[in-house]
Design a protein. Structure first.
Length: 300
């Protein structure tokens, strides 16, 4: 057998790496179910700061999220408080709403009475159902796929689920403290730079469950138009659970993701297996996400 020159081997390896897609995951609603934690803490906070006058329903929180501006649940809580009082004829400028106090109350619900010490957390965060497991990420690595996380959650909250509960070691993570909030693409671009090994043409999949997540992909594509970007939308668990009883609401949520830039919709992130990633990359064909129709792969 004729030996292969070292330069040829290096070229082949370089070619393989440069074409391997990068998977970046949102965390809330994708890796963990926050319907009974973050969203519950949000509702608790709004109820507390409206003196029991208003507690938002899951649908009302979804409607807020659909605006694409309220990925930060602390800010979303404050906004709903403002809107409640505005409906009562009170201008938000006249409210003496202490944002730090609001955040502190939210964290006491979500983390517990000692929010700075993860070892003693007793709040809603401790009971969040996991939507992905360690074996899933091991399978991605075994297939040669690079993966990481870009989330609007705080670093402490994100690492609680990624390191403590999933056992991931030093995962690539860009969290709330590291970048502006979505849909600003700065955090997503930073995550990709930590993963692309210097190959700017590698395709990127961003897996998220909100309008802001999909808008972030669109904005990232405008910053780096030569890199293929794929927005993978997954309905959060509470929306998926409600599909049978409220099909119109379910379809509305899916259509909102599509209208915001989702190229593919899956039931859950676990469906994005290495085989499915390869299939989607082949479908891209021209190495541009516009070659995928917005409805391709819905719940399949």
């Amino acid at each position: 057998m004729k030996p292969v020159a070292g330069s040829q081997v290096n070229s082949q390896i370089s070619s393989q790496i440069s074409s391997q897609p990068i998977l970046v995951f949102d965390i809330d609603g994708v890796v963990r179910d926050v319907g009974g934690s973050y969203r519950r803490a949000l509702a608790d906070t709004v109820e507390q700061f409206t003196q029991g006058g208003f507690r938002p329903t899951a649908q009302q929180i979804d409607e807020l999220k659909e605006e694409g501006l309220w990925n930060n649940d602390w800010e979303g809580s404050r906004e709903l408080v403002y809107r409640y009082f505005e409906q009562q004829g009170v201008a938000r400028e006249s409210l003496a709403l202490d944002y730090k106090q609001l955040v502190s109350f939210f964290q006491s619900r979500y983390r517990g009475s000692d929010p700075q010490n993860p070892d003693s957390w007793t709040g809603y965060i401790t009971t969040e159902p996991l939507l992905l497991d360690t074996a899933y990420f091991e399978a991605l690595s075994a297939a040669g796929l690079s993966w990481g996380f870009f989330s609007g959650a705080t670093r402490g909250s994100a690492l609680y689920v990624l390191a403590r509960r999933l056992g991931l070691v030093d995962p690539v993570l860009v969290a709330m403290e590291d970048a502006p909030g979505k849909p600003d693409p700065t955090g997503l671009l930073a995550t990709v730079r930590l993963l692309d090994a210097g190959y700017p043409q590698r395709p990127v999949f961003y897996i998220g469950d909100t309008v802001a997540d999909m808008q972030t992909v669109v904005k990232a594509r405008s910053v780096e138009p030569n890199r293929p970007w794929l927005g993978v939308g997954v309905p959060p668990p509470h929306v998926l659970r409600g599909a049978a009883t409220d099909p119109a609401g379910f379809q509305h949520y899916i259509q909102s993701l599509q209208a915001s830039g989702a190229n593919v919709i899956l039931q859950c992130a676990a469906e994005l297996t290495p085989a499915r990633v390869a299939e989607l990359c082949a479908t891209l064909g021209s190495n541009h996400p516009d070659s995928l129709t917005p409805t391709q792969g819905i719940l399949g």
